[in-house]
Ligand binder design. Structure first.
Ligand SMILES: [Zn+2]
Length: 165
């Protein structure tokens, strides 16, 4: 996927934590956008809390979605179910991707767990219908995988890039 550099505009195709053109730190510059645009921090329902002391003062995780100029900010210290909210199915997700075309892009209702309480953050596919991928590699369901900052995460056909410190 493409991550446009907020500073120089260069479109970064490669995984990595800095802009290939101006070498600015992408986490810092994306966080700058969040701050300057006064976006609301994502409100989430904590599923469980693990080792919160460990990352008490950690900076939030940034999730940048393909073709979306508004990064999502996720707090450290919790596990989040990512998917799409479906009230009829009585499934509660913590991070609802419905507004990002999740249904059309094959995201399951409960697709993946993002555990931000550990360093590095880990993801676990929840037996999703269209699978999860890190940098194009399909994840085994119900297995925990570490995420590197700058990795591309794909849920079905919905791609995002994850940055953290
Ligand atoms: Zn740049």
């Amino acid at each position: 996927m493409e991550t446009p550099c907020p500073v120089c505009g260069h479109v970064n195709h490669e995984n990595g934590t800095s802009c290939a053109n101006c070498h600015v730190d992408l986490y810092d510059s994306l966080m700058e956008i969040v701050a300057t645009r006064s976006l609301s921090i994502l409100h989430t329902n904590p599923l469980k809390t693990v080792q919160t002391q460990l990352l008490e003062n950690a900076q939030p995780i940034i999730i940048y979605f393909d073709h979306d100029d508004v990064p999502m900010v996720v707090d450290r210290g919790q596990s989040f179910v990512i998917g799409r909210q479906d009230d009829r199915a009585k499934v509660d997700v913590d991070i609802d991707l419905s507004t990002l075309g999740a249904l059309e892009k094959g995201v399951s209702r409960s697709h993946l767990i993002l555990d931000t309480a550990i360093q590095p953050p880990h993801v676990t596919d929840l037996d999703s219908y269209n699978y999860s991928y890190i940098n194009g590699q399909q994840l085994q369901p119900q297995r925990s995988y570490p995420l590197a900052s700058g990795d591309e995460l794909r849920l079905g056909h919905l791609t995002m890039r994850v940055y953290y410190k």
